[in-house]
Design a protein around this ligand. Sequence first.
Ligand SMILES: [Zn+2]
Length: 338
Amino acid sequence: MESFHAGTVLKLRGNQGEEMVAKLLVVIHAEEEFDWEQGFNSANNAVNHHQVLIPFMAELIDVGAKITLAMDYPFVDSPGGQEVISHYQPRVDQQVEFAAHLHPWVNPPFVSTQEEASDFESYPCNLSPEIEFEKIRLLTEKIQSVSGMTPVTYLAGRYGIGPLTNQHLRSLGYQVDLSISAYCDFSHQSGPDFSERTNQPFVENAIRHIPHTSSWLSVSRRLEMKVNQFPSWSKRLNHTGLTRFIGKALRLRKYRLSPEGNDLSQLLAITQAQLNIGQEVFVLSFHSPSVVEGRTPYAQTAEDCLNLKTTTRRYIEWFQQELGGEIVLAKDMAMTEA
Ligand SMILES: [Zn+2]
């Protein structure tokens, strides 16, 4: 994989040759700790990682980050999450944005007496429209009552945005949605299929959608560009034994722009691959419990946590200093042309 030369600020050019500035959103999925292997249980409400999250956010802000904190119900409802909120309240609108993140299995109203939610029910888009709306509404109210702020940015849990979500968001005053996961297909577990979506932001029904950044990478630059530009190619490559073999041989793989499971060189390669097809808006994301060891599958040891934090900080520094990009809050993208 190619990496950037230190000290080179890349000049991005738009279609008309004009100079562009790449934009980065740093999105933290602020949520309860739960064992990801043990299913979705409404009893999992613990937030105990706040004492590590607070200084880590400060460290990122110190190097120029603006943080979109997408908070779910248990996070906002917990003493730990509330400490994070009150700590960062003075920085809201400047360096921090309080956004909403819906984990339906731990978010009222609860329609089932069962504590356990199935894979199907874990995607908000699979709920009845009334229940999906009510859950977003109660989450919005909770954020308002605890933080005094009205969230304008939404992130569906498990990227579970559906055909009616936009309507709900609009009627509740939202302007930005971060729920799309470019190139990803969750249909094997009853989730949405974004395999034909790129990272290109767009507006629909007055809501600006900014996908969570992923990218295909390959040792073949040509294949990488083709699949990133025309994502349906990835399905074609999976079609027959021969095409699957070609994809494998050329090490075609999808990566998320996240320090969870990726090192800095991978994050730079993902960014480069998307710059190569003209993409200039990026979403770097991770889950808040990953700052403490053993709370998510991505950070099992203290060393994993340290690596995750270092990678995040160094990417944020690189994005500004080497790429010449700018870090923005999600809400800043609401009315601007992306
Ligand atoms: Zn989540």
